[in-house]
Design a binder for this molecule. Structure first.
Ligand code: FAD
Length: 407
């Protein structure tokens, strides 16, 4: 678990956590809904295969990523996790239903961003691709946001693309390609020793780094990007090569960070700080304007950048729609001091307002300050409610707005 749960009666589906089968010839895995991506990748790698999109935290489950918006550095090619799933068996409000783009498509398409409000994913068939043993990363450095965000629109022949903004004049793009081996003179990272984002920050233009494929896919997991670094007193310990490889080693996993968060809370009491874990989405051409606004009004760095390709025509998904061919995920994961006069959700509130004004969208997994009216100005209420009434006529599951405001 990455977050503390409020205890309440709930259906326990944790045992639905098995990889049922892997079909090498069809390049497809049948997998239960609560299987996490780390366990799935462990199995698929035995066949030289991986899912097309693997969210970067090891504990994210297939069902959670389908009903959230699972994306990663292959999303510039393959879109969100749900778009690489052929068939989903759900426990809906009307019983067990198997849906796909052809069978009950209204249910299938309403799932991205629905957060369990239409039922639970029990199992699914997920697409796989061939991979190689290593990923070669080329780090490109930029100093002009206009040029940087334009680059994300280019159709580059690589397997992975993401980036990090360290400041408005220090941005990196990381282009990943599969590789069979690591040349002798090249650097292979060890993520217990090396903090991944620091390696990117220190890289020169066109530097080459290598990771084996499993470590590449979960390269952001150990430090939750830089999310566990925001407490200044403990940050040096988390960056230290020796403590990382010894005492810290067992907890350098996103699903074991809760204990660490308690220590951070002690140094940065929650009432004095605002937790800011947000992923917002805008078109590449809007990003320089947003970055300029963000720098003045939020100013927390680093920021994760991940391009996501539109795979289906507008209007396909009621809870996930955007203008243009590509949307850029701009993710910031930190804790900011609240200055006198700021409300406890100050930064989330101003980000939500800015995104609404610019016609963007955001990952709903984190804190949201939208009123119900504002929320349904962004998403397609008619199509979602139609599916909700059809597949959950008795309202067994809360609707998506109630869920994202409560969580
Ligand atoms: C700190 C943090 C950072 C994140 N960063 C990223 C990121 O960089 N990239 C990315 O792709 N995503 C990211 N996410 C979002 C993540 O993909 C979604 O929150 C996803 O829904 C989490 O899946 P989970 O398996 O952990 O589900 P949980 O956190 O357990 O649940 C999340 C929601 O999904 C629903 N859900 C869970 N399992 C199922 C199921 N089997 N069927 C139907 N609904 C279900 C739950 O009801 C709940 O509403 C992040 C989330 C957090 C908390």
């Amino acid at each position: 678990v990455m977050r503390e749960r409020k205890k309440k009666a709930r259906l326990d589906l944790r045992n639905f956590n098995q990889v049922i089968s892997i079909d090498e010839s069809k390049k497809e895995a049948e997998v239960e809904g609560c299987t996490n991506f780390f366990d799935l990748v462990k199995e698929t790698l035995k066949h030289g295969l991986i899912p097309k999109v693997v969210p970067e935290f090891r504990a994210i489950t297939i069902g959670g990523a389908i009903s959230g918006l699972g994306l990663e550095s292959s999303s510039f090619k393959y879109g969100i996790v749900q778009e690489n799933v052929k068939e989903i068996t759900m426990l809906s409000g009307k019983g067990i239903i198997t849906c796909s783009p052809k069978q009950y498509p209204d249910l299938f398409n309403a799932l991205p961003n629905s957060f369990g409000s239409l039922g639970y994913v029990l199992k699914c068939k997920i697409d796989l691709i061939k991979c190689k043993k290593y990923v070669k990363m080329q780090v490109l450095k930029f100093t002009d946001p206009k040029i940087y965000f334009k680059e994300l629109n280019r159709n580059l022949n690589v397997d992975f693309m993401d980036g990090v903004v360290f400041s408005p004049n220090h941005m990196v793009l990381v282009l990943g390609t599969f590789s069979d081996s690591v040349p002798k003179n090249e650097k292979q990272l060890n993520l217990y020793r090396d903090v991944f984002y620091v390696c990117l920050q220190k890289s020169n233009n066109k530097d080459i780094l290598y990771l084996d494929t499993a470590n590449y896919l979960f390269r952001w997991d150990k430090d939750a990007f830089w999310g566990i670094q925001y407490s200044k007193p403990i940050s040096p310990i988390l960056h230290n090569k020796i403590t990382r490889q010894t005492a810290l080693r067992p907890i350098l996993r996103s699903d074991r960070h809760l204990a660490l968060k308690k220590v951070i809370d002690w140094f940065s009491p929650k009432d004095k700080y605002e937790e800011l874990i947000q992923d917002i989405g805008l078109q590449p051409k809007q990003m320089p304007e947003f970055l300029n606004w963000y720098d003045k009004n939020v100013g927390a760095y680093p920021v994760w950048i991940c391009p996501l390709k539109k795979m289906k025509p507008n209007g396909t998904y009621p809870l996930f729609d955007f203008k243009g061919k590509i949307i850029v995920d701009f993710g910031f994961y930190t804790r900011l001091e609240l200055k006198p006069g700021m409300s406890k959700n100050h930064h989330v509130r101003i980000v939500d307002a800015k995104i609404m004004k610019m016609g963007g969208m955001k990952g709903l997994y984190s804190k949201n300050t939208y009123s119900e009216k504002e929320f349904w100005q962004i998403y397609d209420k008619n199509a979602y409610m139609k599916a909700k009434k059809k597949y959950d006529p008795k309202g067994i599951f809360p609707d998506v707005y109630q869920k994202i405001i409560r969580e």
